[in-house]
Ligand binder design. Sequence first.
Ligand SMILES: [Zn+2]
Ligand SMILES: [Zn+2]
Length: 313
Amino acid sequence: MREGPAGYGLSCLHTHTVFCDGSDEIETYCRGAWERGFHSLGFSAHGPVSGKTGFSSDWHLPEDRLEEYLDAVREARRRWEGKLRIYLGLELDFIPGLMGPADREYRDLGLDYLIGSVHYLIPPRSGPFTVDGSREELDRGLREGFGGDGEALVQCYWDQVAAMIRAGGFEILGHADLVKKNNRGPGGPFFDPAGSAYLRRAGEIAALAGEAASRRGMVVEVNTGGMNRGTLDETYPSPALLTMFRENRVGALVSADAHRERDLEGHYGEALALMRSAGYHSTVLFEGKEGGRPRWSERPLSEIRPQALSAGP
Ligand SMILES: [Zn+2]
Ligand SMILES: [Zn+2]
């Protein structure tokens, strides 16, 4: 394997291709990761939802293309053997009562890893909606589902993240505080991310994540997707939440949530600097699974691309 020196210790396990809502082909990403000297590259198409939920979606892998996707990534792994470690994954939605990464059938697909993500909220008073869609969709969901109560919306989000972590079945906790996507601005239009109610729930999530980390090797991603798309100026999770994950001994790795090849490594310098300021001394790299548990190797942050680290926030 030709790892680094430029890409020493870098990887992206959160990658969307033309099979779901990404704009580049598998091969384009492989070449990009190899040229950057990445340790590894993982593909994580949005797993199909329509069959289990009845939702229509234009951003998930269509149900009837799942096998084709799995085969295409396996073929890429064969083509790049000896040059780049390629892993086969899915990003799976946790939707209470309908589907989640712990569902049995995903274990039979021969996947290397799963990212567990909450995108959909199931409010008490209305139908499901996504927290990371348009501002208009969130406004409507907030009004119809929660009577305009932003704090209730956030509590619903954290409840679902907590339920997903408890249910397990995945290796990487995806964009832990995605609920903030449409909440930009001082104090936030929907909820206050510096408020005690928010931070208390975030602390509960971090503690649950700590249990999942020690019990089954779950890690959290430091996701630069919002920065890559220009919708946010910070990672998921926020600095405060990342510090809580570190206090609970949850391993962390940077990912681009790439929807195009040029996102690979996007804003990694800031994310690595953020990990350092949250008290992390090392990042983890995926090395496959053993006995059903993910194997993570550690790389000291001090050894990863000093030029990237110096480009801090
Ligand atoms: Zn996602
Ligand atoms: Zn994603």
